[in-house]
Design a protein around this ligand. Structure first.
Ligand SMILES: CCCCCCCCC/C=C/C(=O)SCCNC(=O)CCNC(=O)[C@H](O)C(C)(C)COP(=O)(O)OP(=O)(O)OC[C@H]1O[C@@H](n2cnc3c(N)ncnc32)[C@H](O)[C@@H]1OP(=O)(O)O
Ligand SMILES: NC(=O)C1=CN([C@@H]2O[C@H](COP(=O)(O)OP(=O)(O)OC[C@H]3O[C@@H](n4cnc5c(N)ncnc54)[C@H](OP(=O)(O)O)[C@@H]3O)[C@@H](O)[C@H]2O)C=CC1
Length: 265
């Protein structure tokens, strides 16, 4: 009988933006499943403790923490080089680092626009080209990009973010075709609203307001619910998925409201 293989044990995965939130949950999930993870953020003081926690866990993969601003291509090259140096190869890349601010289109300066496109889209290009080079020269690999429901549907005051996240979906689809012969699968996850420190900062949601993961009613999501999907996409079970975007947003209300007060108009 066929048994599905959702495993990632033995893989080496780069996870960007892993000091908190969704990226941290992805790193911890993959490591708990036996993958080695190279994790980065802009501050070694913030990402270092995540690696220490993973390395202290029994039966988990190993973690390497690297200070790397993914907007800086030479820092991304250093992340890739150190990953290969320590773990020998790169099997998986999760382009998670990203962010936004909320503002009406007419109030976004040229620098403001560029900072969000740079953080979300250009950083994905840097990491994918540089880690992809290692994968293409080796025996292939798997890439998962973090898009957003805001890359699939319009949301007011998110023009820069939505445009950058929509572009990530088309980049994913294009690379899935271009790199198929290199043995590389490229897929996207498009989360709805997930409770993370970044969202708490932007929207003021407190973790004690969060409903349990078990609740199936309309609610805000947990980082682990995105991490589980990323692990699936990296695993052999997803071998026939390429160029896809997996949306995870629970059951939205028709008016897009949530069970917690977001403090939004
Ligand atoms: C129903 C509900 C569904 C709601 C649905 C909501 C969905 C939310 C989904 C959540 C998605 C997430 O990503 S949540 C994660 C959120 N966390 C984060 O974003 C934290 C990470 N943030 C950052 O790294 C930074 O703050 C980031 C925004 C990228 C800017 O980085 P920089 O270092 O380039 O920053 P700065 O130099 O300070 O700013 C660059 C320019 O941006 C401008 N800028 C910065 N903040 C601005 C603001 N609030 N309004 C206007 N402009 C702003 C500055 O004025 C600068 O332009 P000039 O003045 O012209 O120079
Ligand atoms: N939360 C949500 O509702 C949703 C999130 N997403 C996407 O998921 C991803 C993660 O979001 P979330 O966990 O909420 O974000 P958080 O703001 O909570 O965390 C962002 C992470 O990225 C790191 N980071 C930020 N900028 C850089 C940079 N330039 N270089 C390297 N690392 C960086 C931060 O680390 P440090 O500050 O230490 O550098 C931190 O670890 C993003 O791409 C986001 O757009 C998509 C849809 C919904």
């Amino acid at each position: 009988m066929h048994e599905p293989d959702f495993g990632v044990a033995g893989q080496t995965a780069i996870v960007t933006g892993a000091s908190q939130g969704i990226g941290r949950a992805i790193a911890e999930t993959l490591a708990a499943s036996g993958a080695n993870v190279a994790i980065c953020s802009r501050s070694i003081d913030r990402v270092g403790p995540v690696a220490e926690e993973i390395n202290a866990a029994e039966d988990a993969g190993e973690a390497l923490a690297v200070e790397c601003n993914v907007r800086e291509r030479e820092q991304v090259q250093d992340l890739v080089d150190r990953t290969v140096e320590v773990f020998g190869d790169i099997d998986a890349l999760v382009n998670n680092a990203g962010g936004e601010f909320v503002a009406p289109f007419e109030d976004i300066s040229e620098n403001g626009w560029n900072s969000i496109v740079d953080l979300n889209l250009n950083s994905t290009v840097h990491c994918t080209q540089l880690a992809g080079e290692v994968m293409r020269e080796g025996d292939g690999g798997v890439i998962v990009n973090l898009s957003s429901v805001n890359g699939q549907h319009p949301a007011p005051n998110e023009s820069h973010y939505g445009a950058s996240k929509a572009a990530i979906i088309r980049l994913t689809e294009t690379l899935a075709v271009e790199w198929a012969d290199d043995g590389i699968r490229v897929n996207c996850v498009a989360p709805g609203l997930i409770q993370t420190p970044g969202v708490a900062e932007t929207l003021g949601i407190r973790s004690e307001q969060m409903p349990d993961r078990e609740e199936t009613d309309r609610r805000i999501g947990h980082s682990e619910e995105i991490a589980d999907i990323v692990q699936f996409l990296l695993s052999p079970a997803a071998s026939f998925m390429n160029g896809e975007t997996v949306t995870a947003k629970g059951v939205p209300r028709p008016d897009n409201s949530f069970d917690v007060d977001l403090g939004l108009e």
